[in-house]
Ligand binder design. Structure first.
Ligand SMILES: Cc1cc2nc3c(=O)[nH]c(=O)nc-3n(C[C@H](O)[C@H](O)[C@H](O)COP(=O)(O)OP(=O)(O)OC[C@H]3O[C@@H](n4cnc5c(N)ncnc54)[C@H](O)[C@@H]3O)c2cc1C
Length: 757
């Protein structure tokens, strides 16, 4: 079933019929959800604050240039006088900002504006009275006409010929009123059956869904945006960090390497974030049913189990119910856990805030930017100069605000900060230097960093990480330092109560190359029996979140969760029982290459034709990722002087050695007798020797091979074959390198014995 295309083409613009008892005539009313308009024009669909204000809405985010009209056709049931209400707000009124409200727009009825200008009243969302209008029965053209390009917003329009009726303001009543007005069925559409429902399509959700699907279970992936990737999508443009394919499980991270961006900047360009690539990888999985534009908002429970998650289509409001034995909360905010009464924590101090990053360019002609008296009042010294054409991660606010309920305020404060900076650059003390500068992009979807953390059987702490505490279920390597953000003092003077620029403080103690293995027990709820979590809402403290939160690390959590879910399905067990009874099975799955799949949980493993492990982007090759025995230069017995290097990439483990005049012996034993291809790691460089004698001591004697180290190693990642030799289990062997008489630098990195099958 192609759920995506089906959801996009159904629209609900239905007439609600109310009987007026006193007049005994029928009243007609129409609720028009802005998000359900036929054509959004230049308006953006904002789904970030549904929990706060009750609905998706349209936002005129034109960076100071009015956006194209959003338009729809409406059937007016009977001719007559209609009262118009528009749900909107003056988005800067909460700060009593100066000047005209920025988010002004008109409503055009058959091309003619109503007398009211909208977006001009109320600090909170409210139904702004649009006056009365004469409407003829039949088709009507209705448009939202932006006047400013500065983030006017419209949730819905209500038309009624009951001139005394008013729409409800209270959010408690609003939701059921909307349902009635839209004529939505009481019962949701049942979806499934699924084995696992993944909520949230960022890196953690993608890792969970793809890994689970490949391990042979049926997955629903619910994402409330039109694109996948979360903070790592083109909408938010955070580049993915954190090393993958590290530590004990070198194949964990290969799935993430299939979807990861390789952006050169953060924020980079739209193209660099590869939304289409992520979508293609998901769509290539027959076991995944993808529900884009679906927002999860409610759960059903039976005791300590979630039995279903409800999500509604953010364009049509149609509600769907997804039942399954397992759920994975990858929402970032821990929303599903919260709705299901999972234990959670929110740090009660200076949290990491939310960012709306931005980009600009220098053009070859003067560019105007409107005055923004309602924005933060900034001069050039009040913010870090955006020298390299992008407003980076440190345009961040909300540190001590409520990271769930104040989120719209935090986003709007970020917008006011950026517009205030642009006012300074274009219209104040920066004007002379920025005549041709143009703001090209400002994310209206914010990048959140820290909110709810759901509690698991282990709550990982900074102390655990720094003391390198080893857990038997340590599986996901976290390689980022403990990186916490605080308001930057230098830029706090004008707005000390709501700073908008941050500084990062990086702690020591994380092994950045191999990573600290985060335990599996951080990935499931301690008080719900069937809830996994991955991403920034896992079971860690505020400080530990400082390292685990980067996206490739979040994605790897997802991979482990997806594999664990298949173990649950195979044995009919809970996530906790995977740890208690089936940990070895989970570890076996974690050791499989990411492209490995099976058709069901009892089926054989195979790799689909054409599926390939992506090349690793990391210069450091994890020796454990190579099939066979690897002897690193760290284990070699050396004579003479050797220097360590990391410049010639890739190399095995931490570094390689180079020098001349000495010797090296790589000792080894094999566990199983047999023939092995003996390979020598190369690091091509013009200063390398062309005449290095390398001797392999094997079961039948010795063989000396002279190698030219100015050539590459043709066997991936960087090896040259010295030949195939017999070795007997339990015997001692070695590969010897004699650099006493070479004509350049000798390169020593690793010897790899690959079993000949
Ligand atoms: C400005 C900034 C800079 C950063 N710098 C870096 C960096 O350089 N490198 C790095 O790797 N990380 C960085 N991070 C951190 C990183 O982006 C986050 O920690 C990470 O994205 C968390 O991944 P996630 O999958 O848990 O959540 P997200 O990426 O937030 O994905 C969650 C997804 O779930 C969706 N969702 C939420 N609720 C629902 C619901 N109810 N129903 C359906 N869908 C829902 C959301 O729309 C979102 O798409 C940065 C973050 C920010 C904001």
């Amino acid at each position: 079933m192609n759920v995506l295309s089906r959801s996009l083409c159904s629209l609900y613009l239905l007439a609600g019929v109310i009987l007026l008892p006193s007049l005994n005539v029928q009243a007609e009313s129409l609720l028009l959800e802005a998000e359900s308009f036929d054509n959004h024009g230049g308006w953006g669909l904002d789904t970030q604050f549904i929990e706060i204000m009750g609905s998706p809405y349209l936002l005129a985010h034109g960076l100071g240039r009015p956006v194209e009209d959003a338009a729809t056709k409406v059937q007016i049931p009977v001719s007559g006088t209609y009262q118009v209400y528009v749900r909107t707000k003056d988005w800067v009124a909460q700060w009593k900002a100066k000047g005209e409200p920025p988010g002004q727009f008109q409503v055009l009825v058959n091309g003619k504006p109503l007398a009211t200008t909208f977006g001009t009243t109320g600090a909170e969302w409210n139904w702004q009275n649009g006056g009365k209008v004469e409407l003829a029965a039949g088709e009507m053209d209705l448009r939202l006409h932006d006047l400013t390009g500065f983030d006017g917003r419209c949730d819905a329009i209500w038309l009624t010929n009951d001139l005394s009726a008013k729409p409800p303001e209270e959010s408690a009543q609003l939701s059921s009123w909307r349902k009635k007005q839209l004529g939505l069925p009481e019962a949701p559409e049942e979806m499934g059956p699924f084995d696992l429902v993944v909520i949230g399509g960022g890196y953690s959700g993608l890792g969970s869904a793809i890994a689970a699907a490949r391990m042979g279970i049926k997955v629903a992936l619910i994402q409330n945006r039109p694109v996948l990737g979360g903070n790592g999508s083109s909408e938010i443009r955070v580049w993915a960090q954190g090393l993958v394919r590290r530590g004990e499980y070198p194949h964990i991270g290969e799935i993430i390497d299939e979807i990861t961006d390789h952006a050169t900047k953060s924020p980079g360009t739209y193209e660099e974030f590869g939304d289409e690539k992520k979508l293609a990888v998901v769509q290539a999985e027959p076991n995944i049913s993808l529900f884009l534009n679906h927002h999860a908002f409610k759960v059903d429970k039976d005791g300590k189990k979630i039995t279903a998650v409800y999500a509604f289509d953010t364009r049509t409001s149609a509600v769907r119910r997804f039942s399954a034995p397992l759920f994975s909360d990858c929402t970032g905010h821990g929303t599903i856990g919260y709705l299901a009464d999972a234990d959670y924590d929110i740090f009660d101090g200076v949290r990491m805030g939310m960012s709306n990053m931005w980009a600009w360019e220098e053009t070859d002609a003067p560019q105007a930017f409107p005055q923004t008296p309602w924005a933060l009042e900034l001069n050039m010294a009040d913010f870090p100069y955006p020298r390299d054409f992008h407003g980076q991660w440190f345009w961040e606010s909300g540190f001590e605000k409520d990271s769930i309920n104040d989120l719209e305020k935090i986003r709007d404060w970020n917008l006011r900060a950026v517009y205030g900076a642009w006012n300074a650059m274009k219209n104040k003390d920066g004007a002379a230097d920025h005549r041709n500068a143009r703001l090209t992009w400002l994310a209206y979807i914010g990048g959140p960093r820290e909110s709810r953390r759901l509690m698991g059987d282990v709550i990982l702490t900074e102390e655990d990480i720094v003391s390198k505490k080893q857990f038997p279920d340590g599986m996901v390597p976290s390689t980022w330092s403990i990186d916490l953000h605080y308001p930057k003092r230098q830029y706090m003077q004008k707005y000390p109560d709501n700073p908008f620029i941050s500084v990062a403080e990086h702690g020591e103690g994380v092994d950045k190359r191999y990573g600290y293995p985060v335990p599996y027990r951080c990935f499931y709820s301690r008080n719900l029996d069937n809830l996994f979590m991955a991403g920034r809402c896992i079971s860690v403290t505020h400080e530990a979140l400082g390292t685990v939160r980067v996206m490739r690390t979040c994605g790897m959590m997802g991979e482990v969760v997806g594999k664990a879910a298949s173990v649950c399905i195979k044995h009919g067990c809970t996530p906790r029982e995977v740890y208690e009874s089936y940990l070895e099975q989970l570890k076996e799955l974690a050791r499989l290459p990411g492209v490995t799949r099976r058709d069901d949980v009892d089926g054989p493993f195979y790799v689909r034709d054409g599926d390939e492990t992506p090349e690793s982007n990391s210069p450091y090759v994890n020796a454990k990722s190579l099939d066979g025995i690897v002897i690193d230069d760290k284990q070699a017995k050396l004579t003479g002087t050797w220097a360590a290097g990391t410049g010639l990439k890739p190399f095995i483990e931490e570094s390689y050695l180079y020098g001349r005049g000495g010797s090296a012996v790589f000792p080894f034993e094999v566990k199983e007798s047999g023939r092995y291809d003996v390979r020598f790691a190369m690091g091509k460089h013009e200063n390398r020797a062309t005449n290095v004698p390398v001797t392999v001591v094997h079961a039948n004697g010795e063989e000396k091979i002279v190698i030219n180290q100015q050539e590459t190693g043709p066997i991936k990642p960087c090896f040259l074959s010295l030949g195939t030799f017999q070795f007997e289990a339990g015997q001692k062997y070695e590969v010897k390198v004699d650099a006493s008489n070479v004509n350049g630098n000798c390169h020593l990195d690793a010897v790899w014995l690959a079993p000949v099958k």
